[in-house]
Ligand binder design. Structure first.
Ligand SMILES: Cc1ncc(COP(=O)(O)O)c(C=O)c1O
Length: 407
């Protein structure tokens, strides 16, 4: 007998992630996966984490397994604050940091706190799929904003805000997922000025800035406009499975965030926080991060070279860091078709459609696809790109000339 279950209306707005679907088949033997956003498993510091866990349990015993405070471990928050000071001269107090279950939870908590039905949410075109998913649950009005090779198209953002009014502006200013772009200093200054004059609230999602291969660090938008909500994560520099991230916010937002976090899960796994802190104190972190940068930088170069040699019809912006290349197909080709053919040839990638706001831009998205370069070896990258270039896509092998991203 068919029963009608009383699902809330809002869950209709949430789609399952296309990436998670593709990831289900990536453990097939012989598969080369450019699909997920995963760190190289060989660079996950398992022995050091095991040693840290041992020390935590030996030293703290039961205290490491007890309930804890919702804000997160004070010493871990102090460590994060000190790193902002050291990297950017940014003054952030431990009290303005909330430890979250990955930065993904930070996005959900921000949605809960700020989004009513139809609140404008400005998102770059394309944008991080997980943010679209997290915010969609609160039924906002998504407004797409253009993206250049130099980051957010701030003229487009200004015009959109004039038309649609204040709301959240979500951005990944460093090595954007999926587009690989970085918003330059002038762009960050324009975003700060716009926020000051229009009342939009920037949500600055920054899981990748430590993974810079070339060029110089740029100040966070929060350094230019302090009300900005700044998100960070240990997923890309330590281990995503530990699910540890954070939000930086002022006292008023923080008080409410803590209440919303309590309602959600009381607090983030305190054992994981203690193990991470122990790891951060004992390991030579600069050396660890330098190792990640060197390895992923090598992989990026290998992917860029392989595309230029084997598949010159594809266009892309060369990212200065992060984990992704965003590629544009020649005119007439379909990224969905590419993804399907690629899987048959044992290569996984993500077609561009899902990175655009539901109902808006999915067609444009079908000209693009995302390649991850952090989870494969240089040899796998070369082989995978060769396989992709050889696929029988139904197009002339010519370059696109009217790109959304001006590469
Ligand atoms: C832009 C962006 N934000 C947030 C996340 C989620 O990261 P976390 O593992 O910290 O939840 C990711 C993960 O890929 C991401 O790319």
């Amino acid at each position: 007998m068919e029963t009608t279950l009383p699902f809330a209306e809002r869950v209709n707005a949430v789609r399952g992630s296309r990436i998670r679907e593709i990831l289900k088949v990536t453990d097939r033997p012989g598969m080369i996966s450019f699909a997920g956003g995963m760190p190289d498993p060989r660079l996950l510091p398992a022995p050091a984490i095991r040693a840290a866990a041992d020390r935590v349990l030996t030293r703290d015993g039961e205290a490491a397994l007890q309930y804890s405070i919702s804000e997160g471990l004070y010493d871990l928050r102090a460590w994060i604050a000190e790193r902002y000071r050291a990297r950017f001269g940014l003054n952030v107090s431990p009290a303005s940091i909330l430890i979250t279950n990955g930065s993904q939870q930070a996005l959900d908590l921000i949605g809960k706190l700020f989004l009513e039905k139809n609140t404008p949410v400005y998102l770059e075109r394309p944008s991080y799929l997980g943010a679209i998913q997290a915010f969609a649950l609160y039924e906002p009005r998504f407004v797409g904003v253009g993206l250049h090779a130099a980051g957010t198209d701030t003229d487009d953002l200004r015009r959109s805000v004039q038309r649609n009014g204040p709301g959240l502006f979500y951005s990944v200013p460093n090595f954007q997922n999926p587009a690989g772009t970085t918003t330059d200093l002038a762009g960050r200054e324009r975003i700060a000025a716009l926020a000051r004059t229009t009342g939009i609230l920037p949500v600055e999602d920054d899981p990748y800035s430590e993974l810079r291969f070339n060029g110089r660090d740029l100040p966070p938008i929060r350094a230019l406009y302090p009300p900005t909500l700044l998100l960070g994560s240990f997923s890309k520099i330590v281990a995503p499975g530990m699910r540890l991230g954070w939000i930086v916010a002022g006292p008023e937002v923080m008080r409410r965030l803590v209440a919303v976090k309590q309602a959600s899960d009381l607090h983030t796994n305190v054992f994981a926080q203690k193990v991470l802190l122990e790891f951060l104190r004992e390991v030579d972190l600069e050396r660890h991060i330098a190792g990640l940068r060197a390895a992923y930088g090598r992989n990026r170069d290998a992917m860029v070279d392989a595309l230029r040699v084997f598949w010159p019809a594809v266009r892309f912006v060369v990212p200065e860091g992060g984990m992704f290349l965003w590629c544009e197909l020649p005119p007439g080709a379909s990224a969905e078709e590419l993804a399907t053919l690629a899987l048959e040839a044992n290569v996984a990638l993500v077609p561009g459609g899902p990175f655009f706001i539901p109902g808006l831009g999915a067609d444009a998205g079908d000209r693009f696809f995302r390649l991850n370069f952090s989870n494969s070896t240089v040899d796998e990258i070369k082989t995978g790109i060769r396989r992709l270039a050889a696929l029988p896509l139904g197009v002339a092998n010519e370059r696109a000339n009217n790109s959304i991203l001006h590469v």
